[in-house]
Design a protein around this ligand. Sequence first.
Ligand code: FE2
Length: 484
Amino acid sequence: MLFIKNIIVIIASAAIHGIHGINVVLSWLQGRNWQNKQGKTLPVRLLFTDVEGKSIKFASAKATPYLSWLARHRKQANNAAVIRGLKRAFFEPEQQAIVPSDTYLSALIINTSACYSLKKTTTANHLTLDLSDLDIYHTNPDRFFEARFACMEKGQIQSITMKDGTKVNAGDRDWDKAKLHLLSTINLVLPALSHNWVHFHFADIATAISHNMLPIGSVLHQWLSPYTLSHLSTNANGKSGAVMDRDMGEKKFFWSDYFIINHTDNDYFVNSVAAKTSSFYQRQDNCPFDGPLAFAFPPQFSPDFKDVPYMSALKEGFKASQKYVNHCLKALDKQSITLLQEWKYHVVKRTCHAYHPNDVRLEDLLATYIWQVCWVHTLDHQMYYKWIDGLHSASGTLNTFHDAGPLYSHKDQIQFKNMADIAIRYNPNGDSLADLHYKVPFLEEALNTYKTDLLQIIQNHVAIELENQKKNLTLAEIAPSVLM
Ligand SMILES: [Fe+2]
C-alpha cells in the first residue's frame, strides 16, 4: 500500500509540475510581445460589479497572460503546497488538538488580524473581540462556528460567549472547550472576513489602473509592478470560487475534500466579501471608527487601540511606507509625476465617492497602496499562520458547544493545514521583499531603506518570544503584493 501511495505522489507531482510548465510557456508566448512593446499599455480589462444596496462599486479586473507570467513563481509555490497536502493525506497520523494557554490565546488575538474585530467597551482597559459578523455569513450545515464574543481585560482573555448566549469564564469547567471553539471560529473569521478589504476594491482598482496606465519598462512600471504582481489573479480566484471548491452540501471528488478553504457556500462567500469590503470603504465621517482602523487616504488609526501591538506594527509600517514613497517621488521626473497624478485621479474617483481626487495627496495614496498590499497583507497572513501553526485545530467544529462529541476529524485537521499552507502562509519562491531589487539606483536605495525600516518595526512590534516559541518575520517572508 505504501508503495502505491508513493507512486501516486510521484505521478501527481509530475502531472502538476508538467501542467504548470506548459502554462508558463503559454503565458510567456502570449505575453512576450507586450513585454517587448515598451511604451505600450497593457490590455487589462476592468470589471466593476454593483453590490446590492451599497453606494460604491466592488471592482476587480481580469488577469492577462502578462500577469500570469509575472505570477509564475507564486503558482509554482502553490503547486508544491498541493503536493505537500497530498503527502499529508497519505502519510500524516492524527494529532491531538492543542488547547492554548490563556496567555497564548490573548497574544494571538492582539498580535494578529483578529484585532480588526476588537471593539472598545465603555470600561477602561476592556476590549471585546466581536465575531458577530458570522451571524450574516452562511456556513455549511454540518459545521459549527460557535464563538461570538471574547472579553479581554488588560490584554488578557477573561470570558468567551457562544452564539446561543452561553458565557464561559476563565477557569470554568468548560473553559478549555470554549477556547477550542473560539479558535475554530477565528479560523474562519480571519481568512474569510477580517481580511477582505485588504484584497478587494481599492487594491483591485489601483492595480488595474496601474496596468492600464503605466508604460511597460518605464521607471514607474519598474517601481510599482512588484506591488501589483498577482493581485488580479489572486482576487479572481477568490471571487470565482477557484479557492472555494465546495458549495453547500455538494460533494465533488476525493481531491476537493482536502482543499476546502472555508466551510461555507461559495455564493455567500463572494457576497460576504463584497459586503465586508464595501462597508470598509464607505467613509463614515461622523463616526469613522468601528474598530481599530478606518479607511482614509491616509488610513486612520483609532487612539483607543494604541496598546494593541498589531496596530502599532501597522501604524509604524505606514510611516515607513510614507518615507519610502517620498524618497522615490523626490527622484522622479516631472513627466512621471504628471502620469501618477492622472493615476491618482482615476484610482481615488473609483475607490470612494466621499473623496475628490484633488483632496488626496499623491504620496498618501501611493503609501496607502504599498502599505496595504505589502505590509498589511503580509502581516495579516503570516502572523495568523505563525500563531495558529502547531495547534492542530480546524475551521469550524463537528459538534455544537453543548454536544460531547469530537471537535474535529483527522480529515478536518489535514484540510485546515492544507488551506493554511496554500492560502494563508506565504511560500516565498523568488518573489519576496528580500528577492526584490531595482536596476534604477534611486529605486534600489529607497527600497533598501524601506527594508531596513520594516526590519526595525518587526524587531519593535512583531517579534515575540512566548512560552518557548518565537514569532518573528524575515524579509524573505514578506510578500510585496497580494500573493495569497
Ligand atoms: Fe490575502
